[in-house]
Ligand binder design. Structure first.
Ligand SMILES: Nc1ncnc2c1ncn2[C@@H]1O[C@H](COP(=O)(O)OP(=O)(O)OP(=O)(O)O)[C@@H](O)[C@H]1O
Ligand SMILES: [Mg+2]
Length: 256
């Protein structure tokens, strides 16, 4: 009898530990992210969700454990080197050049993927501009391409930030609260847009989310963070219905 083919995880974290003084921000994190999936991370403030993203992207080094991406160890690599391996991220607060236009921001991201950029490099080479414009169109941001980044509403700002991460052509994108600060009425639309673009581009995604409606609708699996540990992991229908998760996590989960 032949065994079914085993799919290797794209990201594999094992035994991650990191304490800040007495606070265990990671207390034995084991997590495999499978290629193509959308995995949501939920959990109360201070549970260690951002810490996990920081460890996976080279911003923080765990005191113990290992992380492999596509079968290769990435612990100890600098954030820039991890980006080059194919892991992108977006932050809890968008990291845009606020005095530049949205198109300039996107063109800079394209430029930074293609090679070293210096202040003497012309800001908008036609090829970068074209690729950036194409990217903005996919994110539904073409109408605001010529607007300064600091004039955007929070939803558009979040999408622009994620567009810049996508410009680096990641295979895995880690998003820290892509909908925080976005008005409730706008939220589903924003996530719909970004999920569509990421799926079209074949990007695997991990996203930290406090809105359970978003999680239920868009996540393939949910990991529940609690005091530096993963307290539950599985399909949203199962995890979100768990009375312990409802009492201990969803009940006290608040927006940052
Ligand atoms: N660089 C740091 N120095 C000291 N303590 C830190 C640092 N980063 C995180 N912590 C602490 O580690 C714990 C986990 O923080 P983390 O930011 O990962 O939580 P979180 O789940 O992302 O919370 P939130 O939902 O509020 O964003 C918290 O107690 C936090 O104060
Ligand atoms: Mg956080």
């Amino acid at each position: 009898m032949s065994t079914p083919p085993v799919t290797a995880p794209l990201l594999s974290a094992k035994g991650l530990r990191l304490a800040f003084g007495g606070v265990k921000a990671a207390d034995g994190i084991d997590l495999d992210v499978m290629p193509g999936e959308f995995l949501a991370i939920i959990g109360p403030n201070g549970a260690g969700k951002t810490t996990f993203i920081n460890m996976s992207t080279g911003y923080l080094r765990p005191q113990a454990g290992s992380i492999e991406f596509d079968g290769q160890p990435i612990l100890g690599l600098k954030p820039r080197a991890i980006v080059r391996r194919g892991i992108g991220r977006s932050f809890q607060l968008p990291q845009l050049f606020t005095e530049h236009t949205v198109l300039e921001n996107a063109a800079l991201a394209v430029a930074s993927r293609l090679g070293p950029w210096s202040p003497l490099t012309p800001l908008l080479r036609p090829a970068w501009r074209e690729e950036a414009m194409d990217l903005l169109e996919r994110f539904g941001l073409a109408q605001v391409a010529e607007s300064r980044a600091d004039t955007l509403n929070e939803g558009a700002r979040k999408l622009a930030d994620i567009a810049m991460a996508v410009a680096l052509q990641p295979r895995l994108l880690l998003m820290d609260e892509p909908t925080s600060g976005v008005a409730a009425a706008e939220k589903m639309q924003i996530v719909e847009t970004l999920v569509r673009v990421l799926r079209q581009s074949g990007v695997t995604a991990v996203f930290v989310e406090h809105d359970m409606d978003v999680v239920a609708r868009f996540a393939d699996r949910v990991a529940v963070w609690s005091q530096g540990r993963i307290a539950a992991l599985g399909p949203p229908a199962q995890v979100l219905a768990d009375p312990v998760v409802q009492r201990d996590v969803i009940g006290i989960s608040t927006h940052a």
